[in-house]
Design a binder for this molecule. Structure first.
Ligand SMILES: [Zn+2]
Length: 240
């Protein structure tokens, strides 16, 4: 007996995604997923909308209310939120998540993060596979989780529906009925990852979405340069 989780997913409430929460939950159900953790940048609105869409349509899907917040030490995800949390310093954000009874996930730890004991001592789970992260950086994340003896997650970091199925986590045992059981399972149940390698253009596409929604010259330049580099040297962007 097992159940599946997709964690680390964005909606239109993130500036770099256009995904409708209602379409997202329907797609997750079509993929046969049991639990979906929606993690918009700096807001829980996508997760709250997803929860409403599930309830409204009576869909067989559990939604974990979450967000991925910018901190001074890089992005940090809070799962099982009771309250919307604003960008903050990393330790303060982690403490606020714990005060709500939530769990702290460190996503893609080697993508612009400043890792120190203050942060790492507050982390509950590490994302050791991120579908938008280079293979070497995912391997370093797995090594970090092993060293710290922290439970591991795999996430698609999906900004479009087509990216949703790039990573899912299968847990042994029956799907817990209560939220407390879900938390316990995330921390302790044996798990397997099912991953697929994403396109090197996925991150570029969501940056293009961001540019469309919030035009700015510097981002336009970076996108143009990023396009040329991806065409000329695709190997430098290899994911895994
Ligand atoms: Zn993300």
């Amino acid at each position: 007996m097992s159940w599946t989780l997709i964690v680390h997913v964005h909606t239109k409430h993130s500036p770099d995604s256009l995904t409708e929460p209602r379409a997202l939950v329907r797609h997750a159900v079509a993929l046969g997923v049991d639990v979906l953790a929606v993690t918009d940048h700096n807001t829980w609105r996508g997760a709250v909308d997803a929860l409403g869409a599930v309830a409204g349509a009576g869909l067989p899907l559990r939604v974990i209310v979450a967000s991925e917040v910018h901190t001074d030490q890089g992005d940090v995800i809070g799962l099982f939120l009771q309250d919307d949390l604003r960008p903050a310093r990393a330790p303060a954000f982690c403490d606020a998540v714990h005060e709500q009874g939530g769990l702290v996930v460190l996503p893609h730890p080697y993508k612009w993060h400043r890792l120190d004991e203050t942060l790492l001592s507050r982390v509950d789970l590490v994302e050791v596979y991120n579908a938008r992260t280079a293979k070497a950086d995912n391997a370093r994340a797995a090594e970090l989780a092993r060293q710290r003896r922290l439970p591991e997650l795999a996430g698609p970091d999906a900004h479009r529906l087509g990216e949703l199925d790039l990573a899912r986590v299968e847990f042994d045992g029956p799907l817990p009925a209560e939220q407390a059981g879900l938390k316990e399972a995330l921390l302790r149940s044996p798990r397997r990852f099912h991953t697929r390698t994403g396109s090197i253009w996925n991150e570029w596409r969501s940056q293009a979405t961001l540019l469309m929604r919030r035009p700015n010259g510097r981002l336009a330049w970076n996108l143009a340069r990023g396009a040329v580099r991806r065409v000329m040297k695709p190997g430098e962007y290899a994911l895994g």
